[in-house]
Design a protein around this ligand. Structure first.
Ligand code: SAM
Length: 268
């Protein structure tokens, strides 16, 4: 370890894990194995990195804060299975890792301000990914793992569940971090489907229908989707237009998106 004392930076969302019990529980949930391809986003001062490398996995890390680079390099740089990438994970081109399809295991105690865009960026490369384990704000994990009918069910739940199976593994209190965040956290596991259970003709149209429907979540679908779909198309999707968006499951949204694909202007 170097003598340099790193001061946590708010703008990089730095809340470093220091509770050995929590770190161990996370590593046991991930169960990294020798030879696996792993990617850690935001390794910070290496709280999870050490255990991940200890498993014998091949580990790439992406860290944005330049001041942490010498610390990480000093701690792990001698290990031939460790590769440090300095930069913004939101801009990182995951194809450069040249991972086999469905092989990459992604891990991160994520900065909360980038967690949602980062998950969407990773889902653009879902075919490379075997699974993802993230520490997120507990409220975000509840939205990811939500089921239809409740207030948590929305755009994030639907678009992530379109691509992945979601498991809310366990919660972590603020005391496990230094400095402690103001919110509760939780660990989530996302496993991209090898075969999509409800494939849409065009997933961009699914995004559009979902966004439009949840823009005004108190209104009926007939109302919110008026500009996109005539009542007859909603009926053809076997959806009751008098329902509100939170009452619809993923399969119903996919049927609406497929009706949208057949509307003039969107048809092939
Ligand atoms: N993994 C460490 C731990 O558990 O103690 C650090 C977690 S801390 C919540 C988030 C880390 O992500 C910090 O090291 C921060 O510098 C880094 N980070 C923030 N924004 C990033 C970005 N856009 N790309 C890559 N790393 C980022």
């Amino acid at each position: 370890m170097s003598d340099y004392q790193h001061r946590a930076r708010k703008r990089f969302g730095q809340n470093f894990l220091h509770d050995a019990g929590v770190i161990d529980r996370i590593l046991r949930a991930i169960r990294a194995k020798e030879g696996e391809r792993m990617l850690e986003i935001g390794p910070g001062q290496g709280a999870l990195t050490e255990g991940l490398l200890g498993s014998g996995a091949q580990l790439d890390v992406i860290e944005l804060d330049r001041d942490l680079i010498p610390i990480l390099q000093g701690q792990f740089g001698d290990n031939p299975r460790f590769k440090l990438n300095q930069g913004d994970a939101l801009k990182f081109d995951f194809s450069q890792l040249q991972a086999e399809p469905h092989s990459l295991r992604v891990v991160g105690n994520l900065p909360y301000n980038i967690s949602t865009p980062l998950i969407f960026h990773l889902l653009d490369n879902a075919e490379l990914i075997r699974d993802m384990h993230f520490m997120l704000q507990k409220e975000v994990v509840e939205r990811l793992a939500a089921t239809p009918g409740g207030g948590d069910w929305g755009r994030l739940s639907i678009m992530v569940q379109y691509h992945c199976r979601v498991e809310h593994l366990f919660n972590v209190g603020p005391g496990a971090f230094n400095p402690p965040p103001k919110v509760e956290s939780a660990i989530v596991r996302l496993v991209p489907h090898e075969v999509l259970p409800h494939p849409a003709k065009d997933h961009r149209l699914l995004e559009r229908v979902v966004r439009e429907a949840f823009n005004q979540r108190r209104k009926t679908l007939r109302n919110t989707l008026k500009a996109l779909l005539p009542a007859s198309a909603i009926e053809a999707a076997e959806v009751d237009g008098s329902l509100r968006p939170e009452q619809l499951d993923l399969a119903a949204f996919v049927r609406l998106a497929d009706q949208l694909a057949m509307q003039p202007g969107n048809a092939d």
